[in-house]
Design a binder for this molecule. Structure first.
Ligand code: DGL
Length: 283
């Protein structure tokens, strides 16, 4: 049987991101699939991925995937747009027996629902310069004006637990007010960190701008793939476990953010160490 598919249904769902952003996806997975065990790796030793080259991000995502598969993950969710555009296709080729869910900026629903014909996309430089993003625009945004913003510094503030500060509010206004003045009526949250600042983004955009967070759709896709592969656990009175790992030492920052975002108390995170260019081990 292919790697990652032994004992159908028994293993956890593996989830990865550069940092705390993927917790916005983990929260949706937990709501939709409460019986499933979830294992989350935050590569906080390397955050932000935004400024790194695609091949480096691909190496990190491959190392984390190997770590999760060694822990018998039955499905991998790339809860990171930047890692998805860099690594999803190569990972599917490298691990053909494992179902993967990746993320794309939600250009399609935004383009379908805009009334002004102008949408904004907030994502990282890595996402914007990818062929995958160019393909999305060609496929779904013909005739639509797309205003983009790579939001420099925002991921770092959210990682530092500072989304709710005057500094973050000022930064968000500087990104978003010009987009709204250009007539954008829909904003795509194209980085998984950004739903963690959703209220602050909405405040900067004003009440008339619609925000699109793809994470509920990602959780539905995970459920769909588990069902299709016969890997979905039946409903259970016992909730699944959530296990957290961080490549940053100590891993307490991830624990604190997860406790706040997921309402887990306590939410201890284990430390991981990179032992080679794409090898991870428990620290
Ligand atoms: N959360 C990641 C994403 O969805 C990227 C953050 C980073 O730059 O590391 O793109």
């Amino acid at each position: 049987m292919a790697e990652g598919q032994q004992d159908a249904g028994a293993g956890p769902i593996g989830v990865l991101d550069s940092g705390v952003g993927g917790l916005s996806v983990l929260r949706q997975l937990r709501d939709l699939l409460p019986a499933e065990d979830l294992e989350y790796v935050a590569d906080q030793a390397h955050v932000p991925y935004a400024l790194r080259q695609a091949d480096e991000v691909r190496r990190f995502a491959t190392g984390i995937t190997r770590f999760l598969l060694a822990r018998r993950a039955k499905l991998i969710v790339l809860a990171c747009n930047t890692a998805s555009v860099a690594a999803l296709a190569p990972l599917r080729r490298a691990f053909p027996g494992t179902p993967f869910v990746g993320m794309d900026p939600a250009v399609k629903p935004a383009a379908a629902s805009t009334r002004t014909g102008k949408i904004g996309v907030l994502a990282t430089t890595g996402t914007f310069r990818s062929e995958r993003y160019a393909h999305l625009l060609r496929e779904f945004a013909l005739g639509i004006e797309v205003v983009t913003c790579p939001c420099p510094g925002l991921v770092e503030l959210i990682e530092g637990g500072q989304a709710d500060t005057a500094e973050a509010a000022a930064l968000l206004r500087s990104f978003i007010e010009p987009m709204v003045r250009q007539g954008v009526d829909t904003l795509v949250l194209g980085c998984t960190h950004f739903p963690l600042a959703q209220a602050q983004i909405q405040a900067a955009a004003g009440p008339d701008v619609r925000l699109i967070d793809p994470s509920p759709a990602v959780a539905r896709q995970a459920r769909h793939l588990l069902t299709e592969h016969g890997l979905l656990l039946p409903p259970s009175a016992t909730p699944g476990q959530v296990r957290l790992f961080s490549t940053a030492q100590p891993a307490t920052r991830l624990s604190q953010m997860a406790a706040a975002i997921l309402g887990l108390d306590p939410a201890p995170a284990q430390g991981l160490a990179w032992t080679g260019s794409d090898e991870l081990a428990l620290a």
